[in-house]
Design a protein around this ligand. Structure first.
Ligand code: F0G
Length: 482
């Protein structure tokens, strides 16, 4: 976002776009919200948008598209094989990410499936700065394990470390020596580490990781789903990069990786995903899997209209006024809540504002899912839908014992160019009220627990009548206000 100073109004983000198509929202009464969250099994994934006011579940597939993207969708070339739309996307991948070979996949986790099927086998170890839920699931599904090698202090909620997504390279060397390079098919770096609060890594760290990979001849894989924002924060925060363009920074990062994959639901504000590389041999190992799992090599399960939007969206990732919009709103929200003494992940990262429900609900144990309970409570008192990123999103080990998460976060995602500042102020206000009444929030327990990725479709119930009591308190304080 451009640095625009206000005369008397302090520091505030200023939108560099205008709204031309709108969608009506519905803020339903709190009694309806209580029914809705009960019916959803206290799982915000299972709410229908009819009952949601501000949808802050995710930025995945919910970023606003530009007029240029929508226009491009009309020129889509519907062909099973050899579509012109694919040729345009391929060119955009080469221009923006600097990789010649490109395999399309219907979304990010589909790319992970292909990569893991091609490279991970029983006993494989995947060192990573931090796991993402779907990545971990695919690695485990192919018999591998992950080792998380975050830098020191990365999990501190309050911090001024600008690059909490950095990998500890000493731990990486130790991990390779312990397991043997032959058991490590690749090292995975995730841009803007999603699960620890959208925290970026620095280019100097990525260079150090590359150096270790070269020393042991191990492939480096970059999850680029949030690469644009990582590049933006590098430009803001890392010495030597302030004067470079986002294009230079993006290319620098992708050049350091052998294989780059992404969810286009995030990276280019559309749908789809893909894998790219400059090494023919890597491409060849995955090529045959695309028609098997995704579709022909020139559409990969993505509609041609979305392919056109993806191509334009990728190029727009280089536009600083676009890519900075969400991080600027996040900074505003994080700093306002932090000043009010509410525990949120700092420094502000990307993707969303991450509230530390573990600290807020310190009266609950992790097995009562404090982050899930906070997300449900926030929905109840505001109609705002966030996402649990704590123990509920975790897994059980081979003995069925729950793996407690490193942090109990609730993510309030701020997709690109979707919300206005007054909507963000409403969320801040309701989080403040909930924080002041946190003792009303009680625990949750599973009534239906799926064996894989349980947080998506799991059903829970409140361990007491706390939702009713919270609703009564809300009504007392807000009268007939929604
Ligand atoms: N990698 C990262 C870092 C992600 O954030 C995601 C998705 C994926 C891979 C998988 O991509 O959804 O297209 O299959 N993140 C979404 C989120 C789901 O809400 O943060 P996908």
């Amino acid at each position: 976002m451009k640095n625009i100073k206000f005369y008397k109004m302090g520091e505030m983000p200023l939108e560099q776009h205008k709204v031309r198509v709108v969608q009506k929202l519905h803020l339903v009464p709190i009694a309806e919200r209580l029914n809705a969250i009960e019916e959803a099994g206290f799982n915000t994934f299972k709410l229908t948008t009819r009952h949601v006011f501000l949808d802050m579940l995710t930025d995945s597939g919910t970023n606003a598209m530009s007029d240029q993207q929508v226009a491009a969708m009309f020129q889509a070339d519907d062909a099973y094989a050899g579509s012109e739309s694919f040729a345009r996307l391929h060119q955009a991948v080469e221009d923006v990410l600097g990789k010649k070979y490109f395999l399309p996949a219907h979304q990010g986790r589909a790319a992970e499936n292909i990569i893991c099927k091609a490279f991970v086998k029983k006993g494989s170890i995947i060192p990573t700065n931090y796991h993402f839920t779907t990545t971990l699931a695919h690695i485990l599904d192919n018999g591998g394990k992950v080792e998380e090698l975050l830098c020191e202090g990365a999990l501190d909620i309050k911090s001024d470390n600008p690059f909490k997504g950095n990998m500890d390279v000493e731990k990486l060397e130790a991990c390779i020596q312990k397991h043997g390079a032959e058991n490590i098919p690749f090292v995975r770096m995730e841009a803007s580490t999603n699960l620890i609060g959208g925290q970026p890594f620095s280019i100097s760290n990525l260079m150090d990781v590359r150096h270790v990979c070269d020393k042991y001849n191990i492939m480096l894989v970059l999850d680029a789903s949030l690469l644009g924002e990582n590049a933006y924060l590098v430009k803001q925060r890392e010495d030597h990069w302030h004067e470079n363009t986002l294009g230079d920074i993006l290319k620098m990062m992708t050049n350091l990786a052998d294989l780059v994959y992404f969810s286009a639901r995030k990276l280019s504000s559309s749908r789809g995903g893909g894998i790219c590389t400059n090494q023919k041999s890597l491409y060849s190992r995955m090529e045959a899997l695309i028609p098997l799992y995704e579709g022909f090599l020139t559409y990969g399960g993505i509609s041609v209209r979305e392919i056109e939007a993806m191509a334009v969206g990728l190029r727009e990732t280089l536009d600083e006024t676009m890519i900075s919009q969400s991080p600027s709103f996040i900074k505003y929200m994080v700093e306002t809540l932090d000043k009010a003494g509410i525990p949120v992940v700092t420094p502000p990262g990307v993707l969303g504002c991450h509230v530390d429900a573990g600290q807020i609900c310190s009266h609950l144990s992790q097995s009562e899912y404090p982050a899930g309970a906070f997300a449900a409570a926030l929905y109840l008192i505001s109609g705002v839908r966030g996402m649990e990123r704590g123990t509920l999103s975790s897994i059980r080990d081979e003995n069925g014992v729950e793996v407690l998460a490193d942090a109990e976060l609730v993510r309030l995602a701020i997709p690109r160019r979707v919300f206005t500042l007054s909507q963000i102020n409403y969320v801040i206000d309701r989080v403040m009220w909930l924080y002041d009444h946190r003792e009303y929030i009680g625990g949750l327990k599973f009534v239906y627990e799926p064996p894989v990725l349980r947080f998506f479709m799991g059903g829970l119930e409140a361990t007491s009548d706390w939702p009713e009591r919270l609703m009564a308190k809300f009504r007392k304080d807000f009268g007939d206000s929604l």
